[in-house]
Design a protein around this ligand. Structure first.
Ligand code: 5GP
Ligand code: ZN
Length: 111
């Protein structure tokens, strides 16, 4: 856990979240400021700063997160969804604990 990290605090229950999924490796919860009708985040529990910090040892965790996006989207009844990983300040990343956005419906930025 990184002491000043918002997502580590959510992982550890210090900050509440609208959780939709949790297992030993990951947690998923609704974004506090949604950019789509449905907008949730899938967050590995391990504090990794960003996709750019990932190494070979994180390969299966990254694969798990992608497969989970589909599983959770189906469970949420989404007909389609957009996935997004912002990497680094120039990539639009604001929370420096790796996460994947899953968004569906409404008007969200095209990219
Ligand atoms: P980033 O720009 O780093 O890819 O996205 C960070 C996301 O985390 C943003 O969409 C923001 O709304 C969301 N977020 C930031 N703080 C919190 C929080 O305390 N709770 C929840 N549920 N989402 C948060
Ligand atoms: Zn963290």
């Amino acid at each position: 856990m990184s002491v000043d990290c918002i997502f580590c605090k959510i992982v550890n229950g210090i900050i509440p979240s609208k959780k939709i999924y949790e297992d030993e490796d990951v947690i998923a919860f609704h974004d506090i400021n949604p950019s789509a009708s449905v907008h949730f985040l899938i967050v590995p529990k391990l504090h990794i700063e960003s996709l750019a910090s990932c190494e070979t040892q994180h390969q299966s965790l990254l694969g798990k997160v992608l497969l989970l996006a589909t599983k959770l989207a189906k469970e949420q009844g989404l007909a389609g969804f957009k996935t997004l990983i912002n990497t680094g300040a120039d990539g639009g990343q604001e929370v420096f604990h790796i996460h994947i956005h899953v968004m569906s419906g409404g008007k969200f930025p095209k990219a």
